[in-house]
Ligand binder design. Structure first.
Ligand code: NAD
Length: 442
C-alpha cells in the first residue's frame, strides 16, 4: 500500500488496512462519478466564457475512439465466462493517449468516456505531450481468483492489442488495478508483438521499467504547487496545515510536509481526526496507524470529527480523501486561506464560488493531483530512451513541471478574475484546440 512502511504490521492491522484499501477503491469509483458531474457543469461555463464555436465544441465533446470488446475467459471451475471491456481514447492532438485501466462491476462506457476527457484535460493543463484515455473491464476483482484475474487481464489485452502501444495509447493503474496487473498487460502485449515494449504501460515495478518517485508522485506534485501558491499568498513555513485522509495520498503528503519542516496540526481518516495546535509528530501518527489501523486516539491530541477538521483554525487545508467535502454547508466557516485539492472533486461548485468571494485560493484537483500522471509520463520517456533516471532527476523535473504549470494557470487566473479551476480547465481546452488548429482540423 505504501512505499515507506518501516514498522511490521500485525495480521489484524494488515487485514484492516486491506479492507480499507478495498473500500477505498469503491469510494474512489463513486467519487469519480461526482468528479465527472462537477467537471461537466464547469465545462459548460468555460465554453461560454471562451465563446467557443459549435465546431470547436463538437470536436471537444466527442472522443476520437471509443470501443467495447467482449472476450472469453476460462474460469477455475472449467466454465467459460464472457467479459466486457471498454477503452476510450479521447484526444490525441497533443500526443499518444494515456490513462488508467479500471476493473469495476459498475464500469460503463459513458463513465469511461468522461474520465478519458478529464485525463486529456489534465495532461494539457500540466502541458505534457499526451492525450487522455481510460478503460477497463466490467468485473469485480474481489470475486476472482488470482489465476482468473490474470487470465482476464491477458484476454483484455489480446482484445485491445491492436489499439494500444507506446505511440498510440498507454494504459496505467486505476481502481482495482496495480503493479502486478500492469506487468501482465506488459507481458501479454510483448508476447503478441514479439519484442520488448516497456513503454506500452506505466505503473510498472522498478525492475521492469517503472520510475523512481511514482508511488508518492501525486502527493509530491501537490506539495510543489502548494509551496508556489504560498509564495503568492505571502505564507511562510509557520503556516499551519490540516489534512483530511491518511491513505496513500494524505499520508505521503503528511510525510513530505513533515520532512520539509512544515507544521501539520490535524489529520483524519474514515474513523475521525486528531488535532494538536502545536503540531503533530508524523512518525508517532504513522506508528499509531500501523498498530491500530487508524490515526484516531493518538495520545496527546484532541479528538475531532472530519467535519471539524475542515473548519479548524489552520492556514492550509488539504482534502485528500473524498469528493464533496467542502460544500455550501461548511464553505463559509473554512478558516484556511489556501486549499490544495489532492482528492478528486472535494469542493462543490457552490463552495468554489464561496471561496472565490472570500478570497480563499483553491488549487484545483486537475493541477494539484497531477503529479501522478506527470511521473507516468517520465516513466514512458525513460522506457522509450532506455535511460533510467536517478531520483534527483525525477524530483527536479516533477518540480519544474508542477511549478511552471501552476504559474501558467495563475497568470490566467489573475487576468480573468475567475477561479483557479476555470483557469486550469480553460488553459487545457485552449491547448487542445490550438493543437487541432495547427493540424488543420479546425
Ligand atoms: P486511499 O483509499 O489510499 O485513502 C483514502 C483515505 O481517506 C483513507 O485514509 C481513508 O480512511 C480516508 N477516508 C475514507 N472515508 C473518509 C471520510 N468519510 N472522512 C475522512 N477520511 C476518509 O485513497 P488515495 O489513493 O489516498 O486517494 C485519495 C483521494 O485522492 C481520492 O479522491 C483519489 O481519487 C485522489 N487521487 C489519488 C491519486 C493516487 O495517486 N492515489 C491520484 C489522483 C487523485
Amino acid at each position: 500500500m505504501n512505499n515507506n512502511e518501516t514498522v511490521p504490521m500485525s495480521s489484524d492491522a494488515r487485514f484492516m488496512v486491506d479492507q480499507m484499501i478495498l473500500q477505498g477503491h469503491e469510494r474512489i469509483h463513486s467519487d469519480d462519478q461526482n468528479l465527472c458531474k462537477l467537471f461537466m457543469s464547469e465545462l459548460t461555463n468555460i465554453y461560454q466564457d471562451q465563446n467557443l464555436s459549435s465546431e470547436e465544441m463538437d470536436l471537444l465533446d466527442m472522443p476520437r475512439r471509443s470501443f467495447t470488446v467482449h472476450f472469453p475467459v476460462r474460469m477455475d471451475s472449467g466454465i467459460t465466462r464472457m467479459f466486457v471491456g471498454h477503452r476510450v481514447q479521447y484526444n490525441d492532438a497533443r500526443g499518444p493517449t494515456k490513462g488508467g485501466t479500471r476493473f469495476h462491476p459498475e464500469l460503463t462506457l459513458d463513465h469511461v468516456k468522461d474520465l478519458a476527457f478529464l485525463m486529456a484535460l489534465k495532461c494539457a493543463a500540466v502541458n505534457i505531450p499526451l492525450g487522455g484515455a481510460k478503460g477497463g473491464v466490467v468485473a469485480n476483482p474481489k470475486e476472482l481468483s488470482k489465476n482468473e484475474l490474470e487470465e482476464m487481464t491477458r484476454a483484455y489485452v489480446r482484445a485491445i492489442s491492436d489499439f494500444i502501444g507506446p505511440q498510440k495509447d498507454i494504459p496505467a493503474p486505476d481502481v482495482y488495478t496495480d503493479e502486478q496487473i500492469m506487468v501482465w498487460i506488459l507481458d501479454e502485449y510483448e508476447r503478441i508483438k514479439g519484442e520488448h515494449t516497456p513503454a506500452v504501460v506505466t505503473g510498472k515495478p522498478i525492475e521492469l521499467g517503472g520510475s523512481l518517485v511514482r508511488k508518492y508522485s501525486t502527493s509530491l506534485g501537490g506539495f510543489y504547487v502548494m509551496e508556489e501558491a504560498m509564495v503568492k499568498l505571502g505564507l511562510d513555513k509557520s503556516a499551519s496545515i490540516a489534512i483530511q485522509g491518511f491513505g496513500n495520498v494524505g499520508e505521503n503528503a503528511a510525510r513530505i510536509l513533515a520532512d520539509n519542516g512544515y507544521k501539520i496540526i490535524a489529520v483524519s481518516d474514515s474513523r475521525g481526526g486528531i488535532l494538536n495546535p502545536n503540531g503533530l509528530d508524523f512518525p508517532s501518527v504513522k506508528a499509531h496507524k500501523v498498530t491500530t489501523g487508524s490515526v484516531v486516539d493518538l495520545p496527546g491530541c484532541t479528538s475531532i470529527t472530519n467535519e471539524e477538521l475542515m473548519v479548524c483554525d489552520c492556514d492550509i487545508l488539504i482534502p485528500a480523501a473524498l469528493s464533496n467535502q467542502l460544500n455550501k454547508d461548511n464553505a463559509d466557516h473554512v478558516m484556511a486561506s489556501l486549499i490544495i485539492e489532492l482528492a478528486n472533486a472535494p469542493t462543490t461548485t457552490k463552495a468554489d464560488e464561496i471561496f472565490f468571494e472570500r478570497n480563499i485560493m483553491v488549487i484545483p484537483d486537475i493541477l494539484a493531483n497531477a503529479g501522478g500522471v506527470v511521473v507516468s509520463y517520465f516513466e514512458w520517456i525513460q522506457n522509450l530512451s532506455n535511460d533510467y533516471w536517478k531520483e534527483k532527476k525525477v524530483l527536479d523535473r516533477l518540480q519544474w513541471t508542477m511549478i511552471s504549470s501552476f504559474n501558467d494557470i495563475f497568470k490566467l487566473y489573475q487576468q480573468n478574475n475567475n477561479t483557479m479551476r476555470r483557469a486550469a480547465l480553460g488553459l487545457a481546452i485552449k491547448r487542445i484546440l490550438h493543437a487541432e488548429q495547427l493540424r488543420g482540423n479546425l
